[in-house]
Every structure is written in structure tokens, then in C-alpha cells.
Design a binder for this molecule. Sequence first.
Ligand SMILES: [Zn+2]
Length: 271
Amino acid sequence: MPELPEVETARRGIEPHVGGRTLTGAVVRDPRLRWPVPPDLDAQLAGRRVASLTRRGKYILADLGDTHLLIHLGMSGSLSVVSADTPPRKHDHVDILLGDGRALRLHDPRRFGAVLLVPGLPEHHPLLRELGPEPLDPSWSGEALWQATRGRTAAIKTVIMDAHTVVGVGNIYASEALFRAGIRPGTAARRLTRPACARLVASIRETLQEALAAGGSSLRDYVQANGDLGCFQLEHRVYGRDGQPCVTCGTEIRMARMGQRSTFWCPVCQH
Ligand SMILES: [Zn+2]
């Protein structure tokens, strides 16, 4: 599933080709995504200029003036910039026509993605208004996490994966960041001290930044017939390494299900 670093890399990859362009419409081959693609998408996009391409959580937002085009990659979506006459592959459900003979093409085999029009301020939209802080935004701090975790008895791993706390921390990144911060994933969130919260915020940022750096080398892949990137190969220190020695102390990495997600930790380094 595309996580925040993959979505941000997709945004950076398509931005030079989409930003500033005046769209000429859309081709919708299958509107049955997670929510139906608006039936009038083609007419709504024609003649609108993309002022900017931003991201909020895992949503990509094209600013079209009084409306935004919202794109979500769901479980399996990918974006690429192709010549508009490139024959569509199976699952190439939507083309956004860029007015220069090219198209931004959404490929989404599982159809959990979304292409929607959001009138007015996007931060008021039901999909966006409940979202917590951006992890890479410098204004998110250890103090903010400490405040957000007071009174919360749930496991800290579950809490940092909750988009109300902070957006974009998926399962792999949560396990890796908790290892780097030396915090056991099952610890009740309210028991974290201020210094522990500061370490965790720094570790989450570091983990996401490393994944972004890994994705940077793949930016050119957005301008070809196949924009699939898969997930970035971070060097995992705990994730998927149960039974193998901890990279720091050699103790066997443990695994348990937590909130129905596989969770990995070192019983010695994390407490
Ligand atoms: Zn260890």
C-alpha cells in the first residue's frame, strides 16, 4: 500500500508535469473507485489551471482555484504521466488531460483509490478535516505528541498510527520508529514521558525522511508508461525480522499482533 513517503514521492514526481498546466478534461474508463468518480469530471476540469500540487496526509490536492482535484492512491494505486494516446492497460481507470498531449494516468487494480472534486477549502472536506498534524511539518513536536497522548491507555504504536494523532505513520514506519526511539510498541501512550515523546517524534521524522530519500532516485519513473513504484525498500531494523538477531544487541526480535497489525520489537532495546 502506498504510504506517506510513496505518496509524497508521487506528488514530487508529477508536479513538474502537472503544476501550471491548463487541463483540457478527463477520460474516465471506470468510475467505480472507492467513491464514484464525478460523472461530470471531464467538463469540470476543462479549462482549469493547476495553480499548485500539494499533499495532506495521503491525499494529493491539485488547486484549481475555487475547487481542488483530490487524488488518493488507495491500496494499490499509482500515477504516471504518459502521452494521452498511450493505449490504456487494464486498471488504467482515469486520465487527467494535461493540455499538451499528455495525461496524468491513475492505475488502480484494487480500486480503493479516489478521484474527487472538492469545492471550497479542502481542509473543511470530511476526508481532510479530522486529520492530525503532518509528521514532517516542523510545528509537530514532542510536546504536541506528549499533549495528545495524555489520558490515552491504548498502545503507543496504535496511537501513532491513528491519523487523529499524526497522519501518514503506517505499520512498517511505526515499528521502525519505535525501535529507533527505544520504546516498546505495547506501552500505554499515557506512560510516555516528555523526553520519550521527543525521541519518538524525531524517530518518526527520520524514518519517513529515509524512505523519501530512497524514493528520490525513482522520480524519473513517473514519466513512462508504467509508474508503479511499489514500496520503498527501507533497511528494516525490526519489521519482518522476528526470530532474527537485533542489529544493536543481538537479542531475537519478537513479533505479536497488535490492533490486528504485525508488530516487531527488541525486548532488550525497547522498554
Ligand atoms: Zn536489541
